[in-house]
Design a binder for this molecule. Sequence first.
Ligand SMILES: *Cc1c(COP(=O)(O)O)cnc(C)c1O
Length: 351
Amino acid sequence: MNSDFVDLRSDTVTKPTPEMREAMAEAEVGDDVYGDDPTVNKLQEKAAEMLGKQAALFVPSGTMGNLIAILTHCARGEEVIVGDKSHIYVNEAGGMAALGGVYPHPVPNQTDGTLRLEDIRASIQPDDSHRTITRLVCVENTQNMCGGVVLSVDYTQQVAQLAKENNLKFHIDGARIFNAAAALDVDIKELVAPADSVMFCLSKGLASPVGSMLAGTEAFIAKALRLRKMLGGGMRQAGVIAAAGLVSLEKMTGRLKQDHARARNLYEALKQVPRLRLEAEPSSNMVYFRLDDSVKLTESQVVAEMKKYGVLVDWSAPRQFRLVTHYWVDDAGVEKTAKAFADVLSEESAG
Ligand SMILES: *Cc1c(COP(=O)(O)O)cnc(C)c1O
């Protein structure tokens, strides 16, 4: 079922586990647009319960989940404060503006992934007919482009407090929020309690083939349901994929620390490889590093050479790589990866 490749390009590459495939084959299903799919209903109830929110909605992707959240909170012409390195701002094809007429207001992400509270405060528009209306603030946890760094419960509460004082809604793009909770060793409820809404992905480190969850109040989810339909995200016998999502919640959330430990081992092993410049120690399941200036291979050439050694990697910016550990990367895979980098770079200096 799985090839011999060690695939560190992302945790989105995770194929379903054997237990998921079995659950999918046996899933009880119905038409979810009628609300008739018992497996989807169970997944939504379970997700809401784990997050400590009133309700949750199964959506086809994280991008759709974030978009629905923004369109649920904001009207056309209203403004959202987002990180300038956030997935919402950079990697969602401008959906909020293109489809919702919602205006993003980017604020710099600090190296620890946070938006400075004073920057958020300064970005809130005054009540003035020349200005847009600021309606929402979004943070991302873990913050992917800042290295998979983790935002604390304390910080999340501070953002929520600031939002509340200014009559803003607060959404967490928590694509990998279970990784954040594992890294902090806190119950996920605590981490998301301050937010009005939260999205997380089943399809990343939790190993489901498809799907994300959006959670919030019952009123929020009722509005979100209509938007999901409008965006074409209403699915029929979706229990087939929701069954995998239940396995994600029940079996996969508890093991993410293993991925974090392997990311640390990978970081330590790559530190020993000459001419790789490791960045900050990993906070969750991502290892970022750069190629030393003396490396003549381009990023794409390194990718191609690594593939010959059975290791799939990807570069994230010029000279920069991001490796992501997940369920299908074991200790042997970590070793194999470090050895392959050492061989590729030493061949280059020999040649
Ligand atoms: C992957 C990701 C998303 C979007 O999820 P898709 O399912 O790929 O659409 C949103 N936010 C962050 C931080 C992500 O990493």
